[in-house]
Design a protein around this ligand. Sequence first.
Ligand code: URA
Length: 273
Amino acid sequence: MDARDRLRRYLEQRRDMGETEMLLDSMTVDDVMRAIGAIDTGPRGSTSSDAEASSDWREALWEDRPADDGLEAPADSGELFDDDVMRLNSLKTIENAVAKCTRCRLYKTATNPVPGEGSPKSRLVCVGEAPGANEDATGRPFVGPAGNLLTKILAAVDLRREDVFICNVLKHRPPGNRNPLADEVLACSPYLVRQLELIKPKVIVAFGTFAAQTLLDTKTPIGKLRGLVHQYHGIPLVVTYHPAALLRNPAWKRPTWEDVKLARRILDSPPGA
Ligand code: URA
């Protein structure tokens, strides 16, 4: 067995034990495996184990939209702040605005709007991607299988759902749970931006690629965003895997546990620390 095979075997063992990171110039195990040719990168350069990380919705930004959709590409994300939604002055008025929202096509196919729920005084805000079937049926965020796991994740760091505010980037369900389209994210983002501005939590946790890339305005894959403390307009933001991804990839439970412990430490830190 040559050095390459030994390294591959060693990395495979580490990965099978749930490790995704190694201290090697910020490279993940999969990066190294790919670099040594031990992972088939497939036609689009992705592997099944980083499927979530590679689903970069921003690649589609504006490029795939119908020419006659009536929306204009913004010059930059600063346009978000020049929006009527930014003048809504309570979570309740945002909820009412979301209930009447026709900014994108999704209200036509959704059963209920899902604006988010929790106290305006919440010190931690959880942000997911978009409502699924259960959320669409009830009008409440994270109430299906992924939501049950989110409740357990919060309980693991001694938080009840009623202690936090839970919401999504999109406030209406994309039909068939398809990925949010770029213009839908752009149309809906002001609600999330304003919710965060009104709540001013001590920490934000972005669950999954969409929430993380939207809030951080980046294309960086989730594997490189998690494990760090980012800033969202001065508010610490922790990125972790989406609970639905954890249901498919139990090996991600351990890094998720580390991420929520990090958020808990920020919550428990003294003011100004
Ligand atoms: N997935 C999400 O991102 N949000 C929900 O509310 C439910 C599932």
